[in-house]
Write a protein that binds this ligand. Structure first.
Ligand SMILES: [Zn+2]
Length: 217
């Protein structure tokens, strides 16, 4: 059931690729010019003159997750629990990613929970793990598994649960054109998988209405 060996190797491989084989920015901009021409427009007309540079900069932002290692991120920051052994749940974390099939945006919300054994991290670090993986080319199933596996690997908790609910623009703005449709994926490890009460508690927490007005705080 444990997926531990998988995550760090992949992260390391991506890390190295990013550092050594990355094309120059001018090559990326030239590729965007090609796509503009292929779409049927003139990359030299006034309105498009700055577009290749802007698209390259957008790519840097959308895909900044290749330059970061989420395992390292959590390893740097975990602390001893000080006796806390109840469920930690971070819910309604908005994220943006891009599907690896069309490079179209995936926009959604994630809920992340774990049951600490001896290590905890600041909640912002859980959100950062999601952010690093989401700023890569993704499929939602992989994103869900990567976040859960990384938390399991580093914190070695009694259990981890990740639920992601997201809309895929490759399905809403092209292809089957089904706006309003979202996809839900989940990965339950440890107690969340084996203990129905733990899983029920988590699902009830993420389903309950928020008591704080998140938009106002
Ligand atoms: Zn897609």
């Amino acid at each position: 059931m444990s997926q531990r060996p998988e995550a760090p190797k992949t992260a390391l491989k991506i890390h190295r690729l990013h550092a050594t084989k990355r094309p120059k920015r001018a090559e990326a901009e030239a590729a965007v010019r090609t796509l503009i021409r292929w779409a049927g427009d003139d990359p030299d007309r006034e309105g498009l003159a700055g577009t290749p540079a802007r698209v390259a900069r957008s790519f840097e932002e959308f895909f900044s997750g290749y330059g970061e290692d989420p395992v390292e991120l959590l390893q740097r920051t975990f602390e001893e629990t000080g006796g806390y052994d109840e469920m930690v749940v971070l819910r309604d974390i908005r994220f943006e990613s891009h599907c690896e099939h069309h490079l179209a945006p995936i926009i959604g919300r994630a809920h992340i929970a774990y049951l600490p054994r001896s290590r905890v991290v600041g909640i912002s670090k859980l959100a950062r793990v999601l952010e690093v993986y989401s700023r890569r080319m993704q499929i939602q199933e992989k994103l869900t598994a990567q976040v859960a596996n990384t938390i399991e690997q580093v914190l070695q908790p009694k259990g981890v649960a990740v639920v992601i609910d997201a809309a895929h623009q490759c399905m809403t703005t092209r292809g089957v054109h089904k706006p309003g449709m979202s996809m839900v994926t989940s990965r339950m490890l440890g107690a969340f998988r084996t203990d129905p009460a733990t899983r029920r508690e988590f699902l009830a927490i993420i389903a309950s209405p928020s008591t704080t007005q998140l938009g106002n705080v």
